[in-house]
Design a protein around this ligand. Sequence first.
Ligand SMILES: Nc1nc2c(c(=O)[nH]1)N[C@H]1C(S)=C(S)[C@@H](COP(=O)(O)OP(=O)(O)OC[C@H]3O[C@@H](n4cnc5c(=O)[nH]c(N)nc54)[C@H](O)[C@@H]3O)O[C@H]1N2
Ligand SMILES: Nc1nc2c(c(=O)[nH]1)N[C@H]1C(S)=C(S)[C@@H](COP(=O)(O)OP(=O)(O)OC[C@H]3O[C@@H](n4cnc5c(=O)[nH]c(N)nc54)[C@H](O)[C@@H]3O)O[C@H]1N2
Ligand SMILES: [Mo]
Length: 760
Amino acid sequence: MSSVDDINEDTIEVGKPREWAAGVPGVTHAMGPAFRQMGVPRSLKALTAMNQRDGFDCMSCAWPDPEHRKTFELCENGAKAVVWEATPITVPTEFWAENPISELLTKSEYWLGMQGRLVQPVHKPAGSAHYRPITWDDAFKLIGDTLRGLDSPDQAAFYTSGRASNEAAFLYQLFVRAFGTNNLPDCSNMCHESTSHAMAETVGIGKSTITYADFARADLIIIMGQNPGSNHPRMLTALEEAKAAGAAIVAVNPLPEAGLMRYKNPQKVRGVVGAGTVIADQYLQIRLGGDMALMQAVSRRVLDAEAARPGTILDHDFLRKNCVGLEELRTHLARLDDDAVLAATGLRAAEIDELAARYLRAEKVIITWAMGITQHKKAVPTIREIINLLLLRGNIGKPGAGACPIRGHSNVQGDRTMGIWEKMPPAFLDALEREFGFDPPRAPGLDSVGSIRAMQDGRVKVWIALGGNLVGAISDTAVAEAAIQKTALSMQISTKLNRSHAVVGEQALILPTLGRTEIDWQATGPQFVSVEDTVSAVHSSTGLLEPVSEQLLSEVAIVSRLARATLDGTPSIGWADFENDYDIIRDHIAHVIPGFADYNQRIRQQEGFYLPHPPRDLRTFPTPSGKALLTVNELEPLERPPGRLLLQTLRSHDQFNTTIYSPNDRYRGIKNGRKVIFVNPEDIVELGLISGMLVDVHSEFSDHVDRVLRRFRLVAYPSARGCAAAYFPEANVLVPLDSTAEHSNTPASKSVLVRLEPSR
Ligand SMILES: Nc1nc2c(c(=O)[nH]1)N[C@H]1C(S)=C(S)[C@@H](COP(=O)(O)OP(=O)(O)OC[C@H]3O[C@@H](n4cnc5c(=O)[nH]c(N)nc54)[C@H](O)[C@@H]3O)O[C@H]1N2
Ligand SMILES: Nc1nc2c(c(=O)[nH]1)N[C@H]1C(S)=C(S)[C@@H](COP(=O)(O)OP(=O)(O)OC[C@H]3O[C@@H](n4cnc5c(=O)[nH]c(N)nc54)[C@H](O)[C@@H]3O)O[C@H]1N2
Ligand SMILES: [Mo]
């Protein structure tokens, strides 16, 4: 088996970046070793069941399924996720004796993942250098005893990664709240938290205001801070269809990402052999963090056009009836400093004029965004400005128009709906209380960054994670690892090994679980689960493959048993019934969460169902004033002293967050290595460096701690001037824990001030 551990900065091959994205060819190539592990029959069964009505929901992203979930939509990166999970290779019992935890700490994420599926619960006792097998009963007893022995429930924190189903997530938050804490950090804290905050504030709900069908009805789609070719490949089909129906597309990105430029649809002959479809009609190569200035500048041009031709530009009717704050916005933007805009965006005025002209020509505009917008210090005000621009011409709550954050993890949005949040509103807690007869804690809990801080200073002693890889995913790796290592017990419920299993508390547990591809047999027969995609559509997911081991428990079963082992004071909750029949869980969800009435019946309908969304459905805005809010946000451009660069941390084409499928990044021309930093060629010259050399990347923050990545290959790349890029999770070491977005506390992983020095 080839291993990334043999690969170092010397093996990296740098080729030309690709100008188009497609589907199929890369799967088998990237996943060679994993494919061979899986075998042909299992691969075929898995891949043909993906995103089918009776199959499982693809776990690679939260992109919605077209309303006609009939055709087989092959997605390269979806296939990788399936192959990675559905491997029949399992971690053998001897593994734990052969590999002390200190050894696991030296391994890469790729190596850890390639060891295969976790199939038996293991325990690291205090003082032991190894994990060793433990029975399920003993594992649950150990956790229950430990949790009950804490001085306060707030000494435990319960993380969730966005792959957990609605059913598992609902039970998990119920258990945690019945135990007595709101410490429910989740991956969303590092992802779209800025979106949830800004949209809840301005339109009253933190979710996309469009449905899938709106893409094909739009006149203009603006894609900001998102790389769909790698991270939401099925979106390219929607964009192609939107173009065919007459939409224009604008891409706003410091990098000319392949999928934004041209798409060769693997489902079409023309796509495979032809030149493909040009995606972006206009490409704005913006500087990192320049989006807020861009949105303000476009809104300013819209308001100027209105001033020149009063009554003809703005959606006056909508603004009068449904919005507040227009005059304040007008006054504020009248003072917008054009030079500051050009400096922040790195764009020419004519480019912004063109975007404004496109916006004014279009009757129906969609703006989509992802991590390039949310992971900045000013992410929340940036998203507020996106909303401002949309509201000015009534582009929210009408067909073909709206704000469309594109979520990452396949059920991260559903998990939030189910109550995975450290500060759920009182209405939700009241409903829990009514349904289950206990008094949920009301004080807000800890988010992801807050949990690390609390472990660091001893306030949190038990760390439990339903999926994910927090030490791999969070900023300031060294601080995060030291924090987890201070806990009394760390526990992960996981499908495969990752870094978080090697960074442990005094005691540690790994509980292996079924993946989404696998049949979930329970007392009443095989169960299905449900998930919510990025446009609030809920549908079922049914595993079809034989589980890799009979020992595995489902996430629902694990959470139910965890609750039974921990709680003795809540007899009103029928924990034992939940794992036998998931319909019982869904009945409770139907009682607690608005929009889920008749859940069990509706989830069995062909397409599932859309959750209610007042701005989308009724143009009503559930904010305190009952109106959508136009907001005033002060522009504070990012400072970049001479000789420094701004660095963003992003995903390669062959990874899923901290899971590394291969050391290649086909679209960006990188082979056999991940220790690269992409820098504009003119910046390389200006810095007195040479393309291809090895550099140390130091980040610079006010705390003066020297955070550094050593021996990274300098790659000349057509990024915006002054803006560099390196891969996450490796580059997480550069981001201080306190460098987070205002209001949302999301690590500011996309604007890290760095200095490059030749490596010695
Ligand atoms: N195959 C695959 N699919 C995935 C994932 C994966 O790792 N692999 N992860 C999933 C998850 S959890 C998520 S959240 C999504 C992430 O999906 P993306 O948000 O597409 O992920 P990133 O790789 O972080 O890419 C950020 C993009 O924003 C651009 N960008 C960075 N900073 C700025 C900026 O200041 N302004 C603008 N306009 N653009 C900027 C970058 O150049 C890059 O194109 O994907 C999901 N889907
Ligand atoms: N610097 C930087 N940091 C970032 C980002 C960035 O762009 N830059 N992006 C952030 C974003 S958007 C996100 S969402 C977070 C991701 O943070 P996480 O969600 O914590 O990380 P993942 O890498 O997605 O977690 C992968 C692990 O989940 C487990 N797993 C997989 N499937 C299942 C399952 O079905 N059940 C269970 N129980 N476990 C499963 C496997 O053990 C696997 O190793 O990272 C964030 N961190
Ligand atoms: Mo994410």
